[in-house]
Design a protein around this ligand. Structure first.
Ligand code: GAL
Length: 331
């Protein structure tokens, strides 16, 4: 009789086993600021591909740079039952509300690329952004150790903006103190987009200003500055640094109107984030944590990867050999 009951129960056991098998897939929420810039499109694609490849379920939302939208999207994902949240915060402090909401449901939070400040975020995965600022300033100041420099930062809602600026000054301050370098512009933008840097440089040139080097927070800001340089016939005569290795920026480097960009290893960063998310969901600590970073509230365990300078000379050895950009795309 017992044996018969067992046989009768077999289909149910089979179905339950299948269902519990489905449940073991980790659901990873990925909250993005924007996909309007090329680099974030790459992050999105790679996140979805990598998460699926590692057997997890990616759920992505894009806030279009609105912190309130990002909060609402976080609540949606929490209600959808995500196990871990990876977030590119729109706002470095407002996103603490998201961390609190996730923690209320025992969902760990990984701050991706940009650090969330002043709260108990669980992990941080990014590049060494102070070092990126140093790489930019070091390269330009070696080429032009004397002259007028313009510094164009991104928004103050992004912690990376401050880290980059710190890196720039780490290198430039001694030269400023010597009187060799003169900072003629030092401005933040509201968005990581070209318009404001274009207007800023245009007004500066209109008023008769001269500049030898422009260091910007990303390639979109660099592109805006280059638009103004073109209008005044200064393109190719002024050093320009950007960041992200956007295809347009790399083309400008080939054309000799942008000096450098910075290549962040996005594939490795995304892999690190997805891998960490899966490990945390399984109750383990992420592997490859290599530093802790103070966010004003705690020392956040972090993985910081190295970025590289891309120049006209090393395009093949960097972005092309890494498969980030193809030669075909460049032509
Ligand atoms: C920053 C990031 C930069 C750039 C920028 C534009 O946070 O560090 O690499 O992508 O956002 O969105």
């Amino acid at each position: 009789m017992k044996r018969n009951l067992f046989l009768l129960a077999l289909p149910a056991i089979f179905i339950l086993t299948l269902l519990s098998g489905c449940n073991t897939k980790t659901k990873i929420g990925f909250l993005m600021d924007t996909t309007s810039l090329e680099r974030w499109k790459k992050d999105k694609e790679l996140f979805e591909k990598t998460a699926k490849g590692l057997g997890a379920i990616p759920i992505v939302r894009v806030a279009d740079s609105d912190p309130n939208t990002q909060y609402k999207q976080a609540v949606e994902l929490i209600n959808e039952g995500i196990d871990v949240l990876v977030i590119i915060p729109v706002d470095l402090v407002k996103s603490c509300e998201i961390v609190k909401a996730a923690h209320a449901e025992d969902i760990p939070v990984i701050s991706y690329d940009r650090l969330i400040k002043q709260c108990n975020v669980d992990y941080y995965i990014s590049t060494d952004n102070i070092n990126i600022g140093e790489l930019q300033a070091d390269y330009l100041s070696k080429v032009s150790p004397v002259g007028n420099y313009a510094l164009i930062s991104g928004p103050t809602t992004d912690n990376n903006t401050f880290l980059l600026h710190l890196g720039w000054l780490n290198i430039l301050q001694p030269l400023i103190d010597k009187g060799d370098i003169n900072i003629v512009i030092d401005k933040f933008s509201n968005f990581w987009l070209p318009d404001e840097s274009y207007q800023l440089m245009k007004e500066y040139f209109k008023s008769g200003g001269k500049v030898d080097a422009i260091i910007t927070g990303n390639d979109a800001l660099a592109t805006g500055a280059i638009m103004a340089l073109k209008e005044f016939g200064y393109d190719g005569k002024v050093l320009v640094a950007g960041q992200d290795a956007d295809i347009n920026a790399v083309r400008n480097i080939v054309a000799g109107i942008q000096t450098i960009t910075i290549y962040k290893p996005i594939e490795s960063l995304i892999f690190a984030a997805v891998d960490a998310a899966i490990k945390i969901a399984d109750g383990h600590a992420p592997s490859n944590l290599n530093i802790t970073v103070n966010n004003g509230k705690k020392l956040v365990p972090a993985i910081l990867l190295k970025a590289q300078v891309v120049t006209r000379q090393n395009i093949k050895m960097t972005v092309i050999s890494e498969g980030f950009i193809t030669e075909k795309e460049l032509n």
